[in-house]
Design a binder for this molecule. Structure first.
Ligand code: AMP
Length: 218
């Protein structure tokens, strides 16, 4: 399956993507994670991406599309992938369509995670990410790790993302509404969008997502 996950910052895309990718046996491809990995390796791409990320802006398409394409061309993504955080604007969505079309492939679904804005802010303020593997995501109140500051899955150190500060979150939400939300209509025109509520416990949302993807009523 080839799936795109959409939703505002704090909708739980990363958390859900990790579970869904495991259930569906496809790789979880997060452009945010790819940028963060470049930042920690201090690559040129990482240095460039950081300035945009810290300000809550999108990294330019020229860099982002190439990076996402390279990742999707890896052998593990041959039979499908779950995209988290890509595409993030209509021109990225068009580039993805072109890329898939040239390989004779297409998307199967776009899963839209809906969450009210006040909930988004609460979720992001308490979010903690693992330094070793940023798909390991916790929340100080909603899904706390067993030991403070330590990842349950791998023992890595948990930290708060720099772009999770209140000002940057506000900017990221604005960017989401103006640049990313239009891709939902773009994909609705292709009949690909399934919308689910991202409220509730993590495993409830995963169940809802799995039923929606299999065409059952959530
Ligand atoms: P995320 O981890 O998906 O919340 O992404 C964190 C930040 O990485 C975003 O706020 C952007 O600055 C950058 N980013 C991630 N994915 C993309 C994308 N597809 N296009 C542009 N910037 C992106």
């Amino acid at each position: 399956m080839r799936i795109v996950l959409v939703g505002p910052p704090g909708a739980g895309k990363g958390t859900q993507a990790a579970f869904l990718a495991k259930n569906l046996s496809i790789p979880h491809i997060s452009t945010g994670d790819l940028f963060r990995a470049n930042i920690s390796r201090q690559t040129e791409l990482g240095k460039l991406a950081k300035s945009y990320m810290d300000a809550g802006n999108l990294v330019p398409d020229e860099v982002t599309i190439g990076m996402a394409k390279d990742r999707m061309e890896q052998p593990d993504a041959e039979n499908g992938f779950l995209l988290d955080g890509f595409p993030r604007n209509v021109s990225q969505a068009e580039a993805l369509d072109e890329m898939l079309k040239s390989e004779g492939m297409k998307l199967d679904a776009v899963l839209d995670l809906e969450v009210p804005e006040d909930e988004v802010v609460k979720r992001i303020a308490g979010r903690r990410i693992c330094r070793k593997d940023s798909s390991h995501v916790f929340h100080v109140t909603y899904s706390p790790p067993k030991a403070d500051g330590v990842c349950d899955a791998c023992g890595g150190e948990l930290y708060q993302r720099e772009d999770d500060s209140e000002d940057t979150v506000r900017k990221r939400l604005e960017v989401y509404h103006t640049q990313t939300e239009p891709i939902i209509d773009y994909y609705k025109a292709q009949g690909l969008v399934v919308t689910i509520s991202a409220l509730g416990k993590v495993d409830e949302v995963t169940k809802r997502a799995m039923s929606a993807l299999s065409g059952e009523d959530a």
